[in-house]
Every structure is written in C-alpha cells, then in structure tokens.
Design a protein around this ligand. Structure first.
Ligand SMILES: NC(=O)c1ccc[n+]([C@@H]2O[C@H](COP(=O)([O-])OP(=O)(O)OC[C@H]3O[C@@H](n4cnc5c(N)ncnc54)[C@H](O)[C@@H]3O)[C@@H](O)[C@H]2O)c1
Length: 458
C-alpha cells in the first residue's frame, strides 16, 4: 500500500485533524501516530439507531447473558424481547432483567419458532451441539442471527448453515470476539497499512493456563470432543480465525500433531480419589484441587449459578463439588481433548503459519510473531513491537487489555448496526470466511487423527 492510499484509509482520516503538515510525514511518523490513539474501533459507517433492534435470546447461560447485557447497557440500540432456556432459573433471571412478558419465555428453542417472526433477530448461545438446528430454523423464519462460535461441531453442519445463510440472504454474525480486542485490531491495522510489507510467515501460540484447561477441557463442558467439539475448534477456532484474518488469504493446506499427554488415568497420583471431596490424600499438594480452585479461591464459580446470598455460597459450592463434574479428579474423567497441539498452515498466497496450543503453562495471553518482507512484529496480547528492517527503528504499541466483556460488547455493537442498517459488510467477518476458519480447524483435527496433510476448500 502506498502512503497516498494509506492517507486515504479510514484510520488515518480519523486523526487527520490533529495533523498540521501531512506532506512531511514518513512511515515512521505514521506508525507512531497509529500508536498514539486508542479508539481503534471507531466506525464512521455506524448510524444513530432510531428504533432499537429487537432480539430473542436462545440460551441464557454464561455467554448469552453477556450478549444480552449489551441491551441493558444500551436500551436505545438493542432490546431482548424473548428468551428460551430450559433452565428455569436462568429464564426467570433473564425475564426479570429485560422485562420480558411471560408469553415470551420459552423452555426450549423450538418453541420460539412455532410463532410467526416477532423480532428482528435471534442470539444463539446454546451449547456447541445445539447451534445448527436453531440457526437453520431462525434463517428459515427470516431472522438475522448472532451465532456463538463454533458455528457448528461438524463440517457438514457448517456448510449447511453457510448454504442456507446465502439462500436466505440473512445476516449471520459469528462471535469471533478476539477480533474486537484492542490488541488484534491494532495489529491488523498496522499490517494492513503495509508497515511490515507482505506477511511471509506467522508464529502464534495460544497458552491455555493450566487451571483454565482443567476447568473447561478436563472437567468441564468441553472435555470430550464427541460431547462438544474437538478442542482445535472449541478453543482454537478463535486463533484459526485470527491467523486467517491477519494473513488475509484463503488457506491451502493444514497439518497437525497433538495428543492428550497428562490428564489421564495413568497419571493419577497414589492416594487420589474420585472426587477431591472424598478425602484425597494429595489434595493439598495438587495444582488441580477443586476445593482450592472453587471453594477456597472462589475462582470460576460462575458455572454454579450461585445463590445471591453470599452466606449461602460456601455450602452451595461444597455441595456442587460433591455432585457435579467440577469436583471430580482431573485424572479420572472421560476427557479426550489434547493438552498440546501444533498446527502448520500453508496459505494460497504462500504465507506459512505455525500455531501451537499449550495447556501446561502458568499464564494466558496469546503470543504472536509476524515476519514480513520489510519488518517484523513481536506481540504478547498487551503490547507489540515492530522493527523496520531498513531503519532498524523499533515502534511499540501498548494496548490496554480489557475483560472479555469489552470485546464481546463491541462485537454486539457492530452486529446491531449490521442488523439495523441491513448491511452485512459492517460485520468484521463474513459467514464465508468464518466457515473457512472452521474448515481449517476440522482439517487440522482430521490431520491429527489420520497423520495426513489436509487440503482445505470452501
Ligand atoms: N466466543 C467465545 O469466546 C466463547 C466463549 C465461551 C463459550 N462460547 C460458546 O458459547 C456457547 C454457550 O456457552 P456457555 O458457556 O454460555 O454455556 P452455558 O451452558 O452457560 O449456556 C448454554 C445455555 O443453553 C441452554 N440450553 C440448553 N439446551 C437448550 C434448549 N434446548 N433450548 C434453549 N436453551 C437451551 C442451557 O440451559 C444454558 O443456559 C457454546 O457454544 C460455547 O462453545 C464462546
């Protein structure tokens, strides 16, 4: 991209008023300029919403609640007018929060579609295995959709959703929330501005901090690839999407190695018991003690639907540890998700990428190295440093990280605008590209299972 083209770019125009003499600017100044501003999400195409978009929430669990909270904070933009969830408590809580009339509270997603279309859109945040059917029903009924990732747990279902989305012409936003983190958005802008030339290769690492791994992929809802989806899809489809987005080219081939090395029966320590509450002899020295994580440290307790009264919470958690999967020994589960894997990707433009997902780490926060024709970038999700090969000058960007909710709500904001303006281009990803990033994950899983190199074709 030439400097002239860059000056015409949206990002540059945003800051043009602060410049006195554009002609004197070189790339270095432009790069510095990019780092000075934090409103990387400003979109001049967004319009004032005159009448809020109305949406039905299907699945009022952890994720659904976060998306619906956008409506509570921005009632002029989005209203949740109905809820479907087979958990009565979550249904009631959502109805109370969003003032939903009893006739619009459904026990099952299917009940929503018995009626004629009565809202603009549907938010689907049900478990992985329950995305396809409500999504197809919503498309057939004429709703626009916000769909949690993964789109669906199988390649066939993803393709079916893509086909139906094209046929109906409806808007399907997939929740690629990482694209809405300041870090990746700024990285993308710097790359698209040509500051490191053409991308030659990428190294990207996703550390799943070890307790997070035990919570979600050993004890939790995603522990078994047949019950949920393979971890490369369930967890790392964010990363296949991000790599595809940064490289900006369709993928050609993928290859994967990986296995479940540690969280299995053979590694159960002597003296350990079925549950941490069963008098386990090594409980106090185990990094995965459920008593330590959920009861003493009160971490990740959102999975328990805790009683509001804090005095009741301790005994409630203990009871959950005696009865739910979260109290079971990490070495005695029916988990099959790999705890480490590496994926090699070759893109159609010749770029290569090496991705690794690691569970045996003490930290979170993705690490990325991008090698370009004119320079390189080293980043860690909080900051990144660009080195220009010619000048050796280094420019660094420090980005304020925000909780997951920050990115989630920016994603909803874009989606609401897309639905309001009936303009798919306002979404960060098209459904085609979203499906493609899922095909990369399915291909990687096939490669891991069959020791093959997989050709990826949309
Ligand atoms: N984008 C991300 O970063 C991200 C992060 C975590 C999870 N997810 C995905 O979000 C989805 C939801 O995950 P979650 O953690 O919120 O799960 P959750 O279990 O907290 O919520 C799912 C909800 O769906 C409800 N449900 C189940 N069957 C139903 C039915 N027949 N009709 C209506 N509702 C039904 C459940 O009662 C539950 O309340 C999953 O697909 C998950 O993989 C995405």
């Amino acid at each position: 991209m030439s400097l002239r083209q860059f000056i015409a770019s949206r990002k540059f125009l945003r800051h043009v008023e602060s410049l006195t003499n554009i002609a004197t600017l070189g790339w270095k100044e432009v790069a510095g300029l990019l780092g000075l501003h934090d409103d990387v999400f400003y979109n001049p195409q967004h319009k004032k919403i005159e009448k809020p978009v109305t949406a039905i929430l299907i699945g009022a669990g952890h994720r659904g609640t976060i998306y619906a909270d956008y409506a509570s904070e921005n009632p002029d933009e989005l209203q949740i007018v109905a809820v479907a969830d087979n958990n009565a408590e979550r249904r009631k809580r959502t109805a109370r929060k969003h003032k939903i009339i009893p006739e619009h509270c459904y026990k099952d997603w299917k009940d929503v579609f018995i009626k004629e279309k009565f809202a603009d859109a549907v938010i689907i945040a049900t478990p992985d295995q329950l995305h396809t059917a409500p999504c197809l029903a919503a498309l057939d009924a004429g709703y626009d959709i916000l769909l949690e990732k993964p789109i669906a747990p199988s390649e066939e279902e993803c393709r079916l959703i893509l086909k139906r989305a094209k046929e109906t012409g409806r808007i399907v936003g997939v929740c690629h929330v990482l694209r809405y983190s300041p870090y990746f958005r700024e990285l993308k802008e710097v790359i698209d501005a040509g500051l490191i030339g053409e991308i030659i290769s990428v190294q990207h690492m996703e550390p799943i901090e070890h307790v997070h791994m035990s919570h979600s992929y050993v004890r939790g809802k995603w522990r078994n690839s047949k019950m949920a989806a393979p971890i490369i899809l369930a967890k790392s489809s964010h990363d296949t999407d991000i790599i595809r987005w940064l490289v900006n080219s369709p993928v050609h081939d993928v290859h994967c190695f990986g296995n479940l090395r540690w969280f299995k029966n053979a590694n159960a320590p002597e003296g350990s018991t079925e549950r941490c509450t069963d008098g386990c002899k090594v409980e106090d020295s185990c990094a995965y003690s459920a008593l330590q994580i959920y009861y003493r440290d009160r971490k990740r307790t959102y999975v328990f639907d805790l009683p509001e009264d804090e005095d009741e919470q301790g005994s409630f958690i203990l009871e959950q540890l005696k009865t739910s999967d979260y109290g079971r020994c990490v070495y005695r589960m029916d988990n099959d998700q790999p705890d480490h894997l590496t994926v090699n990707m070759l893109f159609e433009n010749g770029t290569t990428a090496a991705f690794s997902m690691e569970a045996h780490v003490s930290y979170e926060g993705r690490k990325t190295r991008i090698m370009g024709s004119k320079g390189d970038i080293i980043g860690d999700m909080e900051s990144f440093v660009l080195t220009d090969f010619k000048t050796r000058k280094q420019t660094s960007w420090s980005l304020k990280t925000d909780a997951h909710g920050g990115g989630d709500h920016r994603l909803v904001k874009d989606w609401v605008q897309a639905v309001y303006q009936q303009n798919k281009d306002l979404l960060s990803s098209s459904i085609e590209v979203s499906v493609e990033s899922h095909l990369m994950a399915f291909g990687a899983e096939r490669s891991r299972q069959n020791r093959t190199i997989e050709d990826i074709k949309l």
